[in-house]
Design a protein. Structure first.
Length: 130
């Protein structure tokens, strides 16, 4: 039997990460994310408190804030992130730590090209149009 590998983030287990304050967690991420967290820690803490209140009431957590960095207190939450058109449900996992919400709710849909119409290419120029 294989043993399930325990999740580690920069040498720390998930339990130790969840005990950390938002500003303490900032010391364990890369410089760009650290600067963003330290500048916006109040915004992140407000989001966490509102999210915990909503989950206690059984409501969905919806947000337009695509620039918030994922911190350990958000792991396990189901967050609906606005992509400019609709709210995309995202389950926060440990691998998302240090990334922004906007990375998980793309604003542009994938393009699915169909076949070219008659006359659209040089090869179809001489086909009958019937």
């Amino acid at each position: 039997m294989e043993k399930k590998k325990e999740f580690m983030y920069h040498g720390m287990t998930l339990e130790t990460l969840q005990k950390l304050d938002v500003r303490e967690f900032a010391k364990h991420v890369r410089s760009r994310q650290r600067r963003t967290i330290l500048r916006n820690f109040q915004k992140i803490e407000d989001f966490l408190s509102r999210a915990n209140q909503k989950t206690n009431k059984g409501k969905r957590i919806k947000t337009h804030h695509r620039d918030i960095i994922v911190v350990p207190g958000m792991i396990g939450m189901q967050i609906h992130i606005y992509n400019g058109h609709s709210f995309i449900p995202v389950s926060v996992t440990g691998e998302m730590l240090g990334h922004t919400f906007g990375e998980f709710a793309p604003t542009r849909a994938r393009i699915k090209h169909g076949s070219a119409g008659v006359g659209a290419t040089k090869g179809s120029k001489h086909k009958s149009k019937k």
